[in-house]
Design a protein around this ligand. Structure first.
Ligand code: PMP
Ligand code: GLN
Length: 388
């Protein structure tokens, strides 16, 4: 027996995601891994210590409460108020999940009936197609196109049918780095209201917007009761292994998502939940320093990739840069990424696996820049060998 192909798009036969395949390649070859999006430096020492303290004090070593520990739910509410001026009831409107990945899966399982259509902008993060498929939904991709990857709002309007149940949005957007503008969000909100759609928003890169600012769709008029907003501590605090994510939404939507979530993991990450509660209360300077550091790394890698012959699509947010390799004489991103470690000791990710429209992303390759400066500089030096 093999798994349903939709659970493993484009990599049939490999039995793994593109991230796992490329990470395994990095380990095997010793190449610099700019593939999977994880930082090479852990988050703040004080947050790590908070996790150790929780473990030692016996907080979270046994099943935490299903919705998440109260301290974390209160801290999430405080974060939404501090950054977005929004009020959420920690008891009924917040749900802690095993990373954003579980939140997305639980939202699809909770909110879709088999055959319901889900509109999402491609390229999309690989778990979207799988989560929609597991829920029996039908994904309807709308293609974001280089060089600026702006959403086509007329195409969005045209894609809505009586079967459309929800929009699955991601801003800042992985892998392109596109950040939806206030005007785009307003237009999307108007369509959701007009057609009575739910919207699930993946906002895991909310603190990584380099140009402009992050606006949660749920804060716009008409969206408070139809949006499931998802985020995660992994990206913001550089602890991707802790898998602490959360949902903020109306009480009825949170209750729906919780109903699915309780049969996925039920609960996870007990002691880490206490540590993330402290992380969310770090001063504003933590969040601005984090963003400024990554902005300078974006600039370093973008410049280096351009010098190495890549066409660079500078991201407005996230810690990824999408490039085009056609100028290097390359025709296929997946083949390119499978040989890149051998050729020059760097690992990247082919965007082509994130598209249904294979042609749209055939020569796009993504590089992560959440790495130490020296590592990025060495990667650039190596990549420049490609052109010679
Ligand atoms: N959504 C996007 C857009 C991502 O890039 C990722 C990867 N971190 C996730 C969701 C999953 O987040 P988590 O690790 O918290 O499950
Ligand atoms: N979100 C990470 C990325 O986009 C990868 C997470 C995963 O391995 N599934 O690189």
């Amino acid at each position: 027996m093999t798994a349903r192909p939709l659970l493993n798009r484009r990599l049939d036969g490999f039995g793994t995601t593109v991230f796992a395949e490329m990470s395994a390649l990095a380990v095997r070859t010793g190449a610099i891994n700019l593939g999977q999006g994880f930082p090479d430096t852990d988050g703040p020492e004080s947050v790590r210590e908070a996790a150790v303290r929780a473990l030692r004090d016996g907080r979270g070593n046994q099943y935490p409460p299903g919705p998440g520990v109260p301290a974390l739910r209160t801290a999430i509410a405080g974060h939404q108020q501090r950054f977005y001026g929004m009020d959420f009831d920690p008891d009924t409107e917040i749900l802690v999940t095993a990373g954003a990945t579980e939140a997305i899966a639980a939202a699809m399982l909770a909110l879709l009936e088999p055959g319901d259509e889900v509109i999402a902008f491609e390229p999309f993060y690989d778990s979207y197609a799988a989560s929609i498929a597991m829920a029996g939904g039908v994904r309807v991709p709308l293609t974001l196109r280089a060089p600026d990857f702006r959403p086509d709002l007329d195409a969005l309007r045209d894609a809505i049918t009586p079967r459309t149940r929800l929009l699955l949005l991601n801003s800042p957007h992985n892998p392109t780095g596109m950040v939806l503008t206030h005007d785009e969000l307003t237009a999307i909100a108007a369509l959701a209201v007009e057609h009575d759609l739910l919207v699930v928003t993946d906002e895991v890169y909310e603190h990584l917007v380099f140009d402009g600012e992050h606006v949660p769709l749920i804060s716009l008029p008409g969206m408070r009761d139809r949006t499931v907003s998802i985020s995660s501590a992994g990206k913001t605090f550089s602890f991707t292994g802790w898998k602490v994510g959360w949902v903020t939404a109306s009480a009825s939507l949170v209750a729906a998502v919780r109903t699915a979530k309780q049969f996925l993991t039920y609960v996870a990450s007990g002691p880490f939940q206490y540590a993330v509660a402290e992380a969310l209360q770090l001063p504003d300077s933590y969040f601005t320093d984090f963003r400024d550091d990554l902005r300078s790394k974006r600039d370093l890698l973008a410049t280096g990739l351009a010098e190495a012959g890549f066409e660079v699509f500078a991201p407005q947010g996230t810690y990824f840069i999408t490039t085009d390799i056609a100028g290097l004489g390359e025709k296929d991103a997946l083949a390119f990424c499978r040989t890149l470690p051998e050729r020059c000791g760097v690992v990247a990710v082919p965007n082509s696996v994130f598209y249904d429209d294979l042609d749209a992303g055939r020569t796009q390759v993504r590089f992560a820049f959440c790495k130490r400066k020296g590592v990025l500089e060495e990667a650039v030096t190596r990549l420049k060998r490609l052109a010679v």
